[in-house]
Design a protein around this ligand. Structure first.
Ligand code: 6R9
Length: 630
């Protein structure tokens, strides 16, 4: 999270989103990069005169860097005595030892002292045009009341409360209330089934669940309370369920249930950061809730879907809420691109300053559309690479000098304090440029994961064992001649065709450049001669009418020409849609199993958005095979 510290006035509040919240999505101001503007504490760091020097220091003297940031930007109830005690070779991660702080105090009270009327949350409700605004003062009050309620009902420090709610202010207040009283929270995406919810409640051993009567998303009502009722039947630890009302429809309450009262709201003006992720995902945690609030920003809670009630929803919201930074996922961009430019052009997007992307590699076509159509060619598009385990953005084109180049589809520049390295298959660090390898981190940073709940050994085995002394991300990356990073996808997604290793994202990028193609997913399968063959799933744009055989030939030609003949798909299956997780990532694992005809091994499908998509894929695969059988 990268924002200035020390907000003391309304002026700072409003200039914040324009000037420096911007820098957190890595937008720079208009002048040459002025380090003091976004990191005043850099003044105390010797010899730091520009962004490059600051970045250099953040890696070479990371302790001083992070200590300065932590002291200036956070309120500590007890100051830390040791900046860090980390040992990557043993997976030991300890930061700010001896220090104590409350994240809820840092997200709320600090800002309420200086500017209580500043808008903290804008709830973009599913019903278009019915947004609600909550000030920092109101959010603090709501959080304290909830915290007291939880405490009165026996929730204490160290407990883990499960939150099963749509993206709404009460969900944010619930997260902050838990943090306030020292309880952990386990936010479960409100689209999960009763079984998936139950598994997560059991894992967290929660005695308390917070939910709403019903959810509303994309115009559809979902029975969240009923789902909780079913889930808790197999969760013996659950003693109480708090139920808030999202709709007016009453629900059956049991002896276990406790109704929550309504809270107040009011409308105010404010500058706006719009991250459209659900709070159930890490992006929602870091860039909808904690990051913006810790920095006194106005943040949007997007409850709906990108195509409800029509594919103009995001841009209509940008116009209405005057969003300055828009942060979304490539999957949604690709989806909207299918519907055409008119849905974007209808709306005034002049408030937009930066467009962010996260979650997957953003293919060139989607990047260019986002830049040219959504951003009118004037907003930088920042492809931000990070993961749940890293806590926040690690590699992104900004911050950098304002006119520094941005290469489409590349995350490019390591963030302050982040020291990425590429490893070869022997576990040696690759030092040259124009090279690809396994992406690892050579140094710890405060936002990184410290363990896996109830399974520290798994944490060590997964992230620190593969490359001793380094944190292993599981992703592959390419470092260009200029030293810029491009993520090539999960290493599990690398395929080996006749001895040539290739990332599936590279092939997808070429396939997606075909004007008829909306999106694609490439997986490898066992091939008796080549070792692995290439199998591509292709989704066409709306209204495209082509002969599949002709298009297949065209796509094969494109891949042969732009990559190499060996990368050209052996099979191309046209599909209506791809199986995705609820956060929008294509489930390549499922596609691999289908292609290997291992339907028994499809594994855990609880994170799948729409199970019907898998059935369609299976049928399409069988059809394709029967056509190609000799
Ligand atoms: C924040 C988030 C993490 C994985 C990560 C990588 C992929 C995320 C990306 C990207 C290419 C980007 N990923 N951002 N790949 N370019 N800009 O998505 O967290 O759900 O834990 O997923 O997502 O493979 O390792 P998480």
């Amino acid at each position: 999270m990268w924002l200035p510290c020390g907000c003391t006035s309304k002026y700072v509040a409003s200039s914040f989103a324009r000037r420096t919240l911007a820098s957190y999505l890595h937008v720079s101001g208009r002048s040459r990069c002025n380090v003091a503007a976004f990191m005043p504490e850099a003044a105390g760091l010797e010899g730091v005169s520009g962004r490059a020097a600051l970045r250099e220091l953040s890696v070479s003297n990371s302790e001083s860097f992070w200590a300065a940031v932590a002291r200036h930007r956070l309120c500590w109830s007890t100051p830390f005595h040791t900046v860090q005690d980390c040992d990557l070779s043993r997976g030991k991660i300890k930061w700010f030892e001896g220090g104590k702080l409350n994240v809820s105090v840092n997200c709320l009270d600090r800002h309420v002292h200086t500017c209580p009327e500043r808008v903290a949350l804008i709830w973009e409700r599913d019903e278009r045009g019915s947004e609600m605004k909550y000030t920092y003062g109101e959010l603090l009050e709501m959080t304290c009341r909830l915290g007291n309620l939880l405490r009165r009902h026996g929730v204490k420090r160290g407990d883990c409360v499960t939150i099963y709610m749509p993206t709404c202010p009460l969900a944010v207040a619930s997260m902050l209330a838990c943090a306030r009283i020292g309880a952990a929270h386990n936010v479960v995406f409100a689209g999960f089934s009763a079984d998936a919810l139950a598994e997560r409640i059991r894992d967290a051993q929660s005695s308390t669940v917070i939910t709403v009567n019903q959810g509303v998303r994309g115009g559809k009502v979902t029975e969240l309370k009923k789902t909780v009722d079913t889930a808790v039947q197999s969760c013996p630890t659950v003693k109480q369920v708090f139920v808030a009302m999202r709709t007016d429809n009453p629900v059956t309450m049991t002896a276990r249930d406790i109704a929550m009262e309504e809270y107040v709201f009011s409308y105010h003006d404010g500058d706006v950061f719009g991250c459209v992720a659900d709070i159930g995902w890490i992006t929602g945690h870091s860039y909808v809730v904690y990051g913006p609030l810790a920095n006194g920003a106005t943040t949007v809670l997007f409850e709906s879907t990108p195509i409800y009630p029509d594919p103009g929803r995001y841009w209509d919201m940008v116009e209405r809420l005057k969003i300055n930074q828009f942060y979304g996922a490539p999957t949604a961009i690709r989806l909207l691109l299918k519907y055409g430019d008119q849905w974007v052009n209808k709306y005034d997007r002049s408030t937009l300053k930066t467009l962010g992307s996260v979650g997957e590699p953003i293919n060139t076509e989607a990047w260019e559309w986002y830049h040219r159509v959504v951003g009118d060619g004037r907003c930088p598009v920042v492809d931000t690479w990070w993961q749940t385990e890293t806590g926040g953005i690690c590699i992104a084109p900004r911050p950098s000098d304002p006119d520094a180049e941005i290469v489409p589809g590349m995350a490019m520049r390591p963030f302050f304090g982040i020291n990425p390295v590429l490893m070869d298959t022997e576990g040696e660090v690759l030092t040259s440029n124009n090279t690809s390898g396994a992406l690892c981190m050579a140094q710890p940073w405060p936002g990184m994961a410290r363990t896996i709940h109830n399974d520290h050994q798994r944490f060590i085995d997964t992230y620190f064992q593969p490359y001793p002394g380094y944190f292993f991300t599981g992703d592959g990356a390419y470092r260009s001649e200029e030293g810029y990073y491009q993520i090539t996808g999960r290493l599990d997604d690398v395929i080996n065709v006749s001895g040539h290793r290739i990332g599936t994202a590279e092939i997808e990028d070429v396939v997606n450049q075909c004007p008829a193609v909306a999106e694609s997913a490439v997986v490898g399968y066992t091939h008796s001669i080549k070792g692995q063959g290439v199998y591509a799933f292709v989704v066409l744009k709306k209204g495209i009418d082509v002969q599949e055989a002709d298009l297949s030939r065209q796509l094969n030609g494109m891949v042969s020409e732009k990559i190499a003949k060996y990368a050209s798909p052996d099979f191309i299956q046209f599909a209506k849609r791809l199986p995705k997780t609820r956060s929008g990532k294509i489930m390549r694992r499922v596609l691999r199993k289908v292609v290997e005809s291992d339907l028994e091994g499809l594994g855990d499908l609880s994170t799948l958005d729409d199970p019907a998509a898998v059935q369609e894929i299976i049928q399409g695969h069988e059809k394709l095979l029967s056509k190609n059988r000799p």
